[in-house]
Each structure stands twice: as structure tokens, then as C-alpha cells.
Design a protein around this ligand. Sequence first.
Ligand code: 2AM
Ligand code: CA
Length: 271
Amino acid sequence: MTSAPDPIALGALAQAVAREAGVLLMERLPGTREVDTKTSPVDVVTEVDRASEALIVARILEARPDDGFLGEEGADMPSRTGVRWIIDPIDGTVNYLYRRPAFAVCIAAEVDGQIVAGVVYNPFLDELFAATLGQGATLNGVPIHVSTEARLAHALCGTGFDYRAEGRRVQATVLSRVIHEVRDIRREGSAALDLCAVACGRLDVYYERGVHLWDVAAAGLILREAGGRAEPLTGEPFSDGDTWLGTNAALYLDFRALIGGASGLDAPSKC
Ligand code: 2AM
Ligand code: CA
């Protein structure tokens, strides 16, 4: 019989496992080991992605054999405990491929449909963002908070772009409407690290169309626990491919109206 899920214990497990996966990512960073001539760098990254997810799932199952999983690389197991782990073994895959620092391991623990613990670990910078529901958010153990910027025209805005051309066409149109309204745009290449950047005031707002649950589950909790808002633009429960918003507390309504208008949606009625 598995013990009752304690969010703090789930978070501690997620942190330990994310650090271990981070070591694997750094050991196998493209260019830091011999690459078989038959293997392209993209194949190597796919292989590391799979190895990272397999490691995370194995370590969690050792500790909690009846939990369920949802992972970007295909982990999909029902839960017998009410706990489901949502995993992105490398968020910022293209950065990883190019040995750029903005990539991270993301692990969220969901209990009966609610995210209760989340970890986003950037092994390149050794930065570990973590949160437990109701307990606040931290960066390397130090509490973090969103910015207090309330003027959209002064807001530094993160976003990201789809891998597919069709998605990018829509995103370019939205961006062309947003870019005049904010201080400037940053495109880092990791949805999870962008949300964590809002959580610690390195960005004021973030939006992206086409993210998946594993990109935003852990980092969304971290941002909410840091005093911000992280949710789909629609205000409805998240479904894959939605536009995701992350903001400090002061900018949420204005930014939601801006992105809703730029996307051709009416501002959602829910606050
Ligand atoms: P990934 O690195 O794990 O693929 C890039 O803007 C951000 O969006 C990354 O966090 C990337 O995750 C995520 N993303 C997920 N699906 C995507 C898609 N279809 N196109 C572009 N980015 C995607
Ligand atoms: Ca991802």
C-alpha cells in the first residue's frame, strides 16, 4: 500500500529526480562526447530526451510504484494512488541541441487533478525553481516573487513560436499586434523557463500558443506560488495547443485583453 500523498514529500522527490536527470543532460550535452558518424545531432537529442524521461520514471516508480505518468516522450500510465507525474525531460530542446543555456527538466506532481508540487531544473545554470501548493516558490531555496510592474507599455514580454510553419504564421500576426504595446519581446526557447522568469521578475508577462501540459504544469504552479497568474487564455480548463498566459498579478487583466484581442478572441468572461 502506497502512503498518502504529501505534497512536500512529492516535491522533494521531484527535486532529487530532476537533479539526477540534469546530470544526465549535462553529461550527454551534444558536442561533449563522441557522436557516432551515423547519428545526427537531432537523433542524439531525441535519445537523451528518452533517456532522461526513462530515468525520471524509473526513479519515481522506485519510490512510488503505483503512481501514474504523462510524459512528452510517451510515458502514459494510469495512477492507482491518485498521483500523476507530468514530465518534460528536456524543455528547450533546440537550445539543448545548440548548447544554449535555456533548457530544463520539468516535473510536476498532480493529485486528483490538481498540481501540488512542481520543479523546473536548469542544469546548465544550476538553477532549481520549485513550488509546493500553498507554500510559495523558490529559486535554489530562496523565495521568489513576481514583479510589481503594472504598466503594459513597460512590460518585458516573453513568447515562443511553433515548430510548424502554419502555427508560426498565426503567431507572427499576433506578435505584430503585441510588440507595439509592450516594452520589448524576448524569445528564450523554453516555455517552462519563461514562466519561471515571470515568477522571479526576469520577465513581466509571457504568452505562447500551442504549448502542451508538460511544458507548463510545473512552471505554472511555480508562477502562481510566486504571486502571479498562469492559465489558458480561454479561462477554461487547459487543452493541448491552447494559448497559455503567465503574468505578474498587476498585469493579468490588461495583458489578457491584449492577447485576446490580438488573437481575434473576445476577452474571456472569467477572471
Ligand atoms: P520543447 O523544447 O520541449 O519542444 C518553444 O517556444 C517552447 O514551446 C518550448 O518550451 C517547447 O518545448 C514548447 N513547444 C511544445 N510544443 C511545441 C510546438 N509544437 N512547437 C513549438 N514549441 C513547442
Ligand atoms: Ca517542452
